[in-house]
Design a binder for this molecule. Structure first.
Ligand code: ADP
Length: 255
C-alpha cells in the first residue's frame, strides 16, 4: 500500500480574527487506520482548523503535532513536507495541464495549487519528470482515472477532478490526508466511489480527516466524528453516538 498513516494531535488550539473567536480550546486526535470527520454548521470553525493544521494560519495558542513533532509554527510548505496533504474545496488546476501532469506536480506544489502552472515549467520538474510520472500513473490507477491520463485536467467533470485531487494529495504518501468538502457537488455514484477510495486508504493504514457537509456520508464513513459549534468542540464519538446526540441534532441539523 502507498500509505502509512501518522497520528495528528490538536491540543487546546485557539484562534481569533480580531474580536471574533473562531476557535476556542479545540482538541482532536486522528489516528492511523481511521477516518475522522469534522462537522458543524457554517461558520463553526472547520475551515479555520484545517487552515491551521496546514500552516496557512498561526495558532494563537495550543499545539498541533504529527507523530509528536510540532506542526504549529511551520510554513505551509513545511507542513506539507512533514507529511500533511490536503485537497481543496475548489480544485484549482490551470488550463493546458494533463491529468497525469497535475497529479505528478503534487510533489512540488504542496498546499499551493496556485503555483502549479509555474512548477510545471521549472527545470526541476522536467528533470525528475520520469519517476514522478510513473508514480502519478500509480496514483491515477488507484483512484480509477488512469484511462484519462492525457486528458486536460480542467476539462474533467467535477467528480473526476475531486478524485484527481485525492491522487495529487496521495502522491507523496502523506502521513495525514485532509479532505475539504471532497464530496460536495458529486452525484451519488461519485460519492460512493470517493467513499470506497477513502475506505481503501484507511484500511491500508492511512490517517484520513474529512471536513464534510454530507452527514449521511460522514455517518457511513467515519470512525470518529468531531462536532464543532461556535468554534468549540461540543462532542466527539463514533457515528452511532453522534447520530443520537441531542446536542448534535439541535446544533448541527437545527432540529
Ligand atoms: P466553517 O468552515 O465551519 O464554515 P470557518 O472556519 O470558515 O467556518 O469560520 C469560522 C469563523 O472564523 C467565522 O466567524 C468566520 O467569519 C471567521 N473567519 C474565518 N477565516 C477568517 C479570516 N481569514 N479572517 C477573518 N475571519 C475569518
Amino acid at each position: 500500500p502507498p500509505y502509512k498513516g501518522a497520528t495528528l494531535r490538536i491540543r487546546d488550539v485557539s484562534k481569533a480574527f480580531g474580536g471574533n473567536q473562531a476557535l476556542k480550546d479545540v482538541s482532536l486526535e486522528a489516528l492511523p487506520g481511521t477516518v475522522t470527520a469534522l462537522i458543524g454548521p457554517n461558520g463553526s470553525g472547520k475551515t479555520t482548523l484545517l487552515n491551521m493544521v496546514c500552516g496557512f494560519y498561526r495558532t494563537d495558542s495550543g499545539e498541533i503535532t504529527l507523530d509528536g513533532a510540532p506542526l504549529h509554527g511551520l510554513t505551509s510548505d513545511g507542513v506539507a513536507r512533514a507529511g500533511v496533504a490536503r485537497t481543496f474545496q475548489t480544485p484549482n488546476i490551470p488550463a493546458g495541464v494533463t491529468v497525469l501532469e497535475a497529479v505528478a506536480s503534487g510533489r512540488y506544489t504542496g498546499h499551493r495549487t496556485s503555483v502549479l502552472a509555474a512548477v510545471l515549467r521549472t527545470p526541476r520538474f522536467r528533470r525528475v519528470r520520469h519517476e514522478d510520472l510513473r508514480e502519478a500513473e500509480r496514483m491515477l490507477a488507484l483512484v480509477g482515472l488512469d484511462h484519462l491520463r492525457d486528458t486536460e485536467a480542467v476539462s474533467l467533470p467535477l467528480g473526476m477532478r475531486r478524485l484527481l485531487e485525492v491522487a495529487r494529495a496521495l502522491i507523496d504518501a502523506p502521513g495525514v490526508l485532509l479532505l475539504d468538502e471532497a464530496a460536495s457537488g458529486l452525484d451519488e455514484h461519485e460519492v460512493e466511489r470517493l467513499a470506497s477510495l477513502i475506505r481503501q486508504i484507511r484500511d491500508a493504514g492511512g490517517t484520513v480527516v474529512l471536513v464534510e457537509h454530507n452527514f449521511r456520508l460522514v455517518l457511513a464513513l467515519a470512525d470518529d466524528i468531531a462536532v464543532l459549534a461556535h468554534g468549540q468542540l461540543i462532542t466527539t464519538g463514533p457515528p452511532e453516538a453522534i447520530e443520537r446526540d441531542p446536542r448534535v441534532l439541535s446544533e448541527y441539523l437545527g432540529v
